[in-house]
Write a protein that binds this ligand. Structure first.
Ligand code: SF4
Length: 325
């Protein structure tokens, strides 16, 4: 646990630490899958794409013998597994792996798999499917790739909803990426409902609990401070959304990979700052940011808790078996 040092000569800074922050259950599971695979099968273990969007996590796994590959063709068949990342993969990927007789382990977050199942169920019922999400994000590629090309229309804004083809008489449904802005998505869904009043709504919210809780916490904190530091990777969707949520509350917000990325000039004359972290950012990086703040300011630390989290996902069965002595 981080303990600030009291040094009277430094300017005071109130630091509001958001909770929950950092790792979600899907990220913990994905990293555990890789670690467990290393224990059972030994290095190298192959991982297709970044297991989660965080350089620190990726580099520490590389140091343990994980080989990250862009495409399956870079992984050899044999006893060393290829792991699919937490974001999920298009159907074509496990199919290709099967044809190449690769040994695969799927670390797709169960909450992403839930969205895949919803999309498939709509497709089987002959519904037109709208996906709310960001073009090019691996999760979106994976969700769209569950169905044949053209089966899913992607929208990321109200303008794109307005440009959708008119009602063609088919039933229509929407699903969403799990890591979107709760507020933006509400507006996009409202636009979809205006255009297609009978649209099928997901029975349970697709934006995951971790995304929603982290956004709740930073929104409340941002109303009480002058600046926000989000610890996370630039390519992490939920980290970017945390920065946006804080900015919308009128805060100067910065997204930093670690303490070296802090823009100190943006904190000139600031007397209160909130700190949070995206779902793929390890707590060690948050600690590094707190230590960097502590080195420049006399900090008064408080925690703002928006929700208690107890979610945990089991490992795939094959990895739950005990390792033979
Ligand atoms: S952010 Fe949500 S959907 Fe993504 S890995 Fe974490 S729990 Fe799963």
């Amino acid at each position: 646990m981080f303990q600030p040092k009291a040094t009277p000569s430094k300017p005071p800074l109130r630091v509001v630490l958001c909770a929950p922050r950092g790792f979600c259950a899907g990220v913990v599971r994905a990293i555990d899958i890789v670690e467990r695979a290393l224990q059972i099968y030994g290095a190298p273990v192959y991982v297709r794409h970044e297991i989660v969007h965080n350089r620190f996590v990726v580099d520490s796994l590389k140091a343990k013998g994980v080989v990250f590959v862009k495409e399956l063709s870079e992984a050899p068949p044999g006893a060393h597994p290829v792991i699919f990342s937490a974001h999920g993969v298009p159907k074509a990927v496990p199919e290709e792996a099967k044809s190449r007789k690769l040994f695969t382990i799927d670390a797709t977050c169960p909450l992403v798999t839930k969205v895949h199942r919803e999309a498939l169920s709509h497709f089987k019922r002959g519904r037109r499917i709208i996906l709310i999400g960001h073009l090019g994000h691996p999760e979106v590629i994976g969700t769209m790739g569950q169905l044949p090309p053209g089966a899913v229309s992607l929208v990321s804004s109200i303008e794109e909803v307005e440009r959708l083809a008119p009602d063609d008489g088919r039933a229509i449904a929407y699903v969403t990426q799990t890591t979107l802005s709760v507020d933006d998505t509400r507006d996009i869904v409202a636009a979809l409902k205006r255009r297609f009043p009978k649209i099928h709504v997901p029975p349970m919210e697709d934006i995951c609990y971790a995304t929603a809780n982290r956004q709740d916490a930073v929104k409340t904190a941002a109303r009480r401070v002058e600046a926000v530091i989000v610890v996370g990777a630039a390519n992490s969707s939920n980290s970017q959304r945390l920065r946006e949520v804080a900015e919308r509350e009128g805060c100067a917000a910065q997204l930093v990979a670690d303490e070296r990325g802090i823009d100190w000039s943006a904190l000139t004359n600031v007397r209160s700052v909130a700190v949070t972290a995206g779902a793929s950012a390890p707590e060690a990086l948050v600690k590094g940011v707190l230590e960097a703040l502590d080195a420049r300011y006399t900090i008064r630390l408080e925690t703002l808790t928006a929700a208690a989290e107890s979610m945990a996902f089991p490992l795939p069965r094959a990895l739950r078996e005990p390792i033979a002595p």
